[in-house]
Design a binder for this molecule. Sequence first.
Ligand code: HEM
Length: 459
Amino acid sequence: MSGTMKRAFGRGGLLLAGLPIACLLGVVAVGLVVGVKAAFPEWMMDLLPMQVLQPLHAFMGVAFVLCGLASGVVIALRRECGGFRGDGLVAPAMFVFVVGSGAAIVLGRGSGVEYIGWPVGMSVFLGLVFLGLAGAVLSRLSALSARTPEGAWLLVIGLVLVAMGLGERSAEIIARPDLTRSLTIEWHALDTFFAGWNAALYGLGMVAIMRPGDQGRRLRGRWLFVLAVFCLLSTFSHHHYMSAQPSVLKWIALTASMLAAVSFARHVWAIAMSWSRHRGGPPERAFFIAAEVWTLVAVGTGILLAVPQLNIWLHGTTAIVSHSMGSMIGVNVMIVMGTLVRYGCPCDAVLAQQMIRRVRWTGVTLVLVCVNLVLAGGVEGVLRVDRTFQEWDPAVRQWLSPLPVLGVLLGLTLTSMCVGVWRSLRTGEQPERRAARAAIEIKPVRMSERVPVGAGTGQ
Ligand code: HEM
């Protein structure tokens, strides 16, 4: 088994592919319990306390994205440019991060903050790994940009932003400023962190989607980059409109958030234009198409949630969770899995059909979970205006009662996707499949090459 992985991904291939998939199965397992506890909070309160499960679940999701990104960069650089010195250390380093941070969170030794729940020292370690990866991509930039200039640059910029976001968040945890300032720095750091992984994953997707002979898109006009940087650096205030931060920051955040409508419109246009070309093609195509569609959902819901009148109703409710989970599963999971499939699976029509089915069913169950979370969030937003917690909480729990079942369905489809990808990675390139590969038409697909500012950013 490890022989096939080694052939596809090089030294340590088993860990490179296995670690993100194990994290995804881990987040599903914890998510199933969290889903039951969201509807029935008293269930196994002593044995499975929400104080541990909640940060563990979010951590496993973040760990999946970071491991998938790191593995994807190593695999893509090995396959596209012959690798880099020390690339065999990346997967073991991410393994140490996952096991060390997971243990710290379970033992109550984490940082206690949202999304970056591991001890601060671990952020330094992680930041160094990502800066190392950024350096590696930078050293291979000319080779990568010859294929896809925008993809290569997004990859470098994204990896640097991940490290910057981690640094800023850690500095804030150590300095402990007053509440308003703390919230402001916290969300600026988290937005930088999320925008970093989204940009890097988009860049990775653009590299991975290329087949021999394809030519990626050139760099965009300068004004679009200026716009993206402005949005990236200033949307953070929409996460806490309610706080006492200066109102000028709120206005800037609102403007920057609404400017994301430009990205949204371009995505709609790009998908409408390329839809007819989406038939047939290699097995990874289904994942990248799903990522494009879910980027629309992520950006669209992000813009809506940044409208103050809606934000006031929905902040802190499960409607926000549906935005985060929709973005993470629909965009991030799809790009990581698509990259593994692109570089590690045989390119044949039968497998492509299988992947389409698994991705489609994951999408359907994800929509069901998200709709349930949005409805329950809406009910909470309306009822909490003029009722006490004791009055509105039972009503919200009732609305969440389908979640355990819907969560199981989502868990099953995600698990079946992981099993399908893992099995195909093990199969490798067999002679009869190589023959089938020659028979299928491989068309180039252009991802709508945008920095998804705000996509998958939590709020
Ligand atoms: C498979 C079944 C799953 C179920 C039933 C589920 C359920 C939930 C629930 C109920 C919450 C809210 C917890 C709370 O704050 O009270 C939540 C949060 C979250 N979930 Fe899941 N989840 C599942 C899978 C996943 C997966 C696969 C990912 C990512 C890859 C993910 C990422 C997250 C994140 C990041 C949050 C925190 C959201 C926020 O606070 O903004 N979940 N999940």
